[in-house]
Design a binder for this molecule. Sequence first.
Ligand code: ZN
Length: 246
Amino acid sequence: MRVLVLSDIHANLAALEAVLADAEQFDYEAVWCLGDTVGYGPEPDQCVTQIRMLGATTVVGNHDWAVLGHMDIDQFNPEARRAVVWTRDQLSAENIAWLGNLPSQPLVRGAFTLTHGSPRDPVWEYVLYPATARANLDHFATSFCLVGHTHVPALYISQEQVSSVRALSPAVDKLFTLENSWRAILNPGSVGQPRDSDPRAAYAILDTEARTWLSRRVAYPIEITQAHMRSARLPERLINRLSFGW
Ligand code: ZN
């Protein structure tokens, strides 16, 4: 089965639409969404509607969590707090209910575990280093685990022993084969707010039978998202960062 793997859309509809248009060529049969569909960006309601219409298998992210009121946003800085409250106001009751039903625990689909942060701390932990990836290998039972949250595309591979996890930056458009003997943690990067100095939207195509992973980047009209953020009076820092991918 060919799967479109999305994460951290962050209410960026222009980026999501560019990704969906680009992904059409891969004839995917399923969509897996690793959380943070909302937060930061200007179109939370439209992005949730799109993901629902795609029938995406979706887990909850920390920003979705905040918008649902599951955490105390008084600890947030004023900018972040304002963005959470604004996002909540934009969402239809139906879309809030949908977000509220997303699992906060990892989902298993065949040889793949799906989670937002990490298998041992699904909503919060960032897998940014081989040591963190290695510490998480005991927390999922499948061969492979898909994560988002860092907004940086990455592959963490354990070839034989758990003591040897290595990190790879997946080359864009280079088909990467996951060997049967491996265990791995894979991150497609972020659709709506990339943080690896490349402002293009990131996603991946996973073939669950051929065990291949393809990292993709797509340019999108960043200025449209930024204009919508300005009209919504979202924080300037969040608007500017999209131009640079940080
Ligand atoms: Zn995120």
